[in-house]
Design a protein around this ligand. Sequence first.
Ligand code: BEZ
Length: 249
Amino acid sequence: MNQSWDPKLYSRDAAFVSNYGTDLLSMLDPAEGRSLLDLGCGEGALTEKLLSLGWNVTGVDSSEEQVRAALMRGISAKVMDGEHLKFDETFDYVFSNAALHWMKKPKKVLDGVWNALKAGGSFVGEMGACGNVESVVRIASNILMEKGFDPKEFNPWYFPSEDEYSELLIARGFSIESIQTFRRPTELPGDILDWLTIFAQSFTSPLKNSHKKQFYCEMRERLKGQLLSDEGKWIVDYVRLRFKAFRLV
Ligand code: BEZ
């Protein structure tokens, strides 16, 4: 996958990701100093909140730049790929907000999460669900196909249905306490070009650098009808999957 992260841009244009994640914190029990792995901690905005709630937090993220930014906030963070987690019965909780959909091999992720948890430990997560940012995926795929590329190769996201993810969790030995899918139309703080530049880079990977901006502008034109409101706000068609599960033994 061709994706890089700029912590400053992310904090400016994507702060809504960790703001929405604050809601997910209510699915955690009181911290009481227990250990928690923040899987896909990014630049650490939400991880910082976990710390302030009294969790003994370790953050991991595959982006060196984001981990550097998290370290600057005083978070214990390391660069680690979520499909190759290297922990052994270390944590009471694994928590993940808006990160699991960037990991296209969910079985590997769940193996790593299961191993990282102590027996009886909890896995609390939110990710994009089946149908998430559907209009973005459709338009990006159409433009790539028109240019003669296979869009599947360049789609960086894994958005499972509730049934599919439930099956994976159960097959790996988790017991599901709750799992739900819900729509969350998400108003962007600025123009969709900023969002595309941060999140949709992978779709432009077969293109020359000099053609990437044009690709995003073409997407913007085609998305206007569906995502630009009469008031001039961009509202993206987010659909979320939220769950809490336990490692059984
Ligand atoms: C999401 O959090 O749902 C998301 C993030 C980036 C791209 C697409 C979706």
